[in-house]
Design a protein around this ligand. Sequence first.
Ligand SMILES: [Cu+2]
Length: 383
Amino acid sequence: MKRQALAAIIASMFALAACGGDKPAEQAAAPAAAVEASAPAAQAADVPSSELPVIDAVTTHAPEVPPAIDRDHPAKVRVKMTTVEKTMKMADGVDYHYWTFDGDVPGQMIRVREGDTVEVEFSNDPSSTVPHNVDFHAATGPGGGAEATFTAPGRTSTFSFKALQSGLYIYHCAVAPVGMHIANGMYGLILVEPKEGLPKVDKEFYIVQGDFYTKGKYGAQGLQAFDMDKAIAEQPEYVVFNGHVGSIAGENALKANVGDTVRMYVGNGGPNLVSSFHVIGEIFDKVYVEGGKLINENVQSTIVPAGGAAIVEFKIDTPGSYTLVDHSIFRAFNKGALGQLKVEGEANPEIMTPKLSDTAYQPEGSAAPAPAAASAASAANAY
Ligand SMILES: [Cu+2]
């Protein structure tokens, strides 16, 4: 329906534009083209969801990504989600009582195909203290399903929506106070693949940034309570990838090989901060801007809005450790927004050499070095 409405608007825009011109042939052709464009959407809408094949979604915990979709037809995809409130490690010696989808932050990644009907079975664990729900940014309709999925502890709700538009979308809890539910970790990503699919890559990763507001300062030990005043002031103590400091660093670092093409599905749960996502030492060959259809090329850092996403792709040319950051850089080095991609393979000095020399700097006009020092420096140069 939405597409048909859009087509109608486009058609009327064409008609308006044509009114001002003096080419009647174009005026006649434009509305016909718009009607044709709306036909595939109308056909898809004509297949009742009750007649679609039913399959269970393959969902994954971050940083894993569900497998690419190899279907060429729509399906009804069943997704089970359970909200769980649980204490987990925020950082070394620091615990936080998270509210989660499926036991971790972010919630599991969901992958469907444009035109699929997504059937959601939404449960709230009996141990929960409050109701939860889910607002799918991939859904079209009031609240993105928030009202339909509002679920008390120990209950299960079901609803479905049609994934009309391809893209990478956030889902999040939207129970009041909404900011608090999101600040406690209730968000994740759903990828709606375009009908033609996405180009094949060697490695895919699932990363979601979030900001956290604890009573104690960054690093203060023990179980930390949520601080509403800091949340309202938008002054987080922690800004992290995948819910915890170090979740994709050190022994949890992402891994790839030289020559690999890498695609990262990057979301930002917020609740407040906008991310300037950057991989130190890489250039994004492609960015699907804000997770939509617009592709930008040769990008250094990309904006990932709170409640938004981006898809970034790059090919790795040289081995080593690449650091993922929010380039609002104090967040990376002082609040936790730091990850690593460790790349193995053969060095390629044509693309980047290691340090080749390290010699004394002689500013212009300064005294010439003593002969002994000069010969030491030239020896270092020769090496
Ligand atoms: Cu919630």
